[in-house]
Write a protein that binds this ligand. Structure first.
Ligand code: OOB
Length: 567
């Protein structure tokens, strides 16, 4: 095994929450003095004998067999320590960043605990990320290691790792070490880590208020920005979420969406389940077939889905009448749920709907158990905390009356005050007094519930995965034949929105009938995650412009929707 003797740069301090707020959050008991690794150790001790994780391993998850791993909390912790020891033996040091990119397999959990136990900070990558995204995260965080599995069907992540590592080397950088869970780094017997205290950075005053990990933003500008969340802020949101969702020790939670997503991780999600000592069941794929058999076999009580998946589950359940009798709560979030689908959840799936409107930057809203059906179907709920501050404003930042739609700005005990190492973007994404500009258009209902009525950001929401249009456009413009390009989200029944790219070739350049294949090949070659690759390509001779000569996205969209309705 390669061991590294490289010192990685220190984490850049994120924009801090002003002390007067921090003090308030401490005094009110929102921020407590506990770190995530301490939380894991404590929960694994407290629930040592309970079943913690059910899932496939990296060797078995492609097969349509029942899950092969069943770990108690004590065993999970042991596996976490094992990974931590291996990471440390390989040269990962406390404070280092580690890219975590695993599919929904049981080892996701041991890797997660392992990174924290080693005193390092996970960077939550998606399984679908490829060279372009991974190299960006590695550069931005000076990551020491990248945990992945080389056995992901249809995706050669060893090759992806090698090729972006070479890219980084060519730039004079030292790439992260690759940690393939199929070939774990070796370990000498005496190297076993035993105690957290030996790996924590003890010099800091309040460890719990330091950055714990980096989440990815949905992104409205370029490649995802990194979101620095602290131990104290995140754990506060987890404890409150578990209470709001009324989780109990028998609230077995099914992980369907990627584990790294903030929704799955903490709303109340994986960490909420750990907070109450419940079992976390990993579905190897999001299909209704896989999920339905796990629900019946494992007595699943809670699942979290994006709206397009809910529709797939409903359609499948109507055909097959599966045994979903254990399912109590179906959380739906990540994109707008239509009322008609919302109303079908209870009658068809038997579970109570909870709408979840959240963002990795912080603020999460839930409909509550006691809410009327009217609120449950029509709104996306109320904020977690009485300390969440919500502003709904017009285009000039003036508050709008209750019931009128406006831009949602927010600030609070678990919402960041700035992205990681992005001073220019932070100026635009946050107000001077620290409110985050979510880019969502919402209206307030008289009871305090929020309803999402639109979106003011240039983003495509495909299956709850967010795509910044300018990332796709910038990449398209690097194509030698493309003079101009616009990326748009086209409404779609199965995934919510699909990426459509409208391109204008240079004079004299042509795309043949297969423009789509040609460009899909180009984007794949550029190492772009597959979910961002345009599924529809339209070639136009020119783009409609506004009176002042700017390209009018609205008109392009209108033209396109018109052509689509005829095709
Ligand atoms: C969740 O987090 P992100 O960071 O992937 O995306 C946040 C954005 C929101 O700003 C909003 O535009 C959209 O996703 N969104 C919703 C929604 N939930 C999220 N739009 C309408 N209705 C909803 N229920 O997506 C996320 C994070 C934590 C919990 C749940 C979702």
């Amino acid at each position: 095994m390669m061991t590294h003797n490289i010192f990685r740069s220190a984490l850049i301090p994120p924009p801090a929450i002003p002390e007067q707020y921090a003090q308030r959050y401490r005094e009110e008991g929102l921020w407590i003095d506990q770190t995530l690794p301490e939380f894991f150790v404590e929960q694994c001790q407290r629930h040592a004998e309970s079943l913690a994780v059910v899932g496939h391993s990296h060797t078995s998850w492609e097969e349509k067999t029942p899950p092969t791993i069943r770990w108690t909390y004590a065993e999970l912790s042991q596996h976490g320590w094992d990974i931590a020891s291996r990471l440390r033996a390989g040269g990962v040091r406390p404070g280092d960043r580690v890219l975590l990119q695993l599919p929904n397999i049981a080892e996701y959990m041991s890797a997660l605990l392992g990174i924290f136990y080693a005193g390092a900070l996970p960077v939550f990558c998606m399984p679908s990320h490829r060279e372009r995204e991974l190299s960006h995260f590695a550069r931005k965080t000076d990551a020491a290691a990248h945990i992945f599995s080389s056995r992901v069907p249809g995706m050669d992540l060893s090759a992806v790792y090698s090729s972006y590592s070479q890219m980084l080397r060519d730039e004079g950088r030292i790439p992260p070490l690759g940690y393939d869970v199929c070939h774990p780094w070796e370990l000498e017997e005496q190297e076993h880590l035993q105690e957290l205290t030996t790996v924590m950075n003890t010099s800091a005053q309040r460890k719990s208020e330091q950055v714990a990990f980096l989440q990815l933003s949905g992104g409205t500008t370029g490649v995802s920005k990194l979101i620095p969340r602290t131990h104290a802020d995140y754990l506060y949101s987890v404890r409150e979420s578990a209470k709001i969702c009324q989780l109990r020790s028998d609230s077995t939670f099914l992980v369907v969406l990627p584990a790294s997503h903030n929704f799955t991780m903490s709303s109340a999600g994986i960490l909420g389940a750990m907070y109450v000592g419940a079992t976390i069941v990993f579905a190897a794929d999001p299909s209704p077939q896989t999920a339905f058999s796990l629900i019946a076999q494992e007595n699943v009580k809670v699942a979290a889905l994006v709206p397009p998946l809910v529709q797939a589950w409903i359609a499948s359940a109507q055909r097959r009448t599966p045994d979903l009798s254990s399912l109590e709560l179906l959380q739906v979030g990540g994109a707008k749920l239509s009322r008609s689908v919302a109303q079908n959840i209870k009658p068809v799936l038997g579970a109570t709907l909870q709408q979840v409107f959240g963002m990795a930057e912080g603020l999460v809203n839930y409909t509550r158990a006691e809410d009327s059906d009217e609120l449950r179907y029509n709104t996306q709920g109320k904020p977690i905390s009485a300390f969440d501050e919500i502003l709904i404003v017009d285009d000039h930042d003036n508050p709008v009356p209750v019931g009128v739609s406006g831009h949602l700005l927010t600030r609070g005990p678990y919402t960041i005050r700035g992205y990681y190492d992005e001073p220019a973007i932070n100026e635009k994404s946050f107000t001077e007094d620290g409110f985050y500009r979510s880019g969502d258009i919402v209206k307030l209902h008289p009871d305090g519930s929020l309803e999402v009525t639109g979106r003011a950001k240039d983003q495509i929401n495909r299956n709850g995965e967010k795509i910044a249009v300018d990332e796709i456009e910038d990449l398209a413009l690097s194509h030698p034949k493309i003079y101009d390009a616009i990326a748009l989200g086209i409404p779609d029944k199965t995934v919510g929105e699909r990426v459509c790219l409208v391109v204008v070739p240079y004079p004299g350049e042509h795309f043949e009938a297969n423009a789509r294949e040609e460009l899909q090949h180009f984007f794949t070659e550029q190492g772009l995650a597959s979910y961002k690759i345009p599924e529809r390509v339209e070639v136009m001779r020119s783009l409609p412009t506004t009176k002042v000569g700017k390209i009018s996205r609205k008109d392009v969209r209108a033209q396109l929707l018109e052509t689509l309705s005829y095709s």
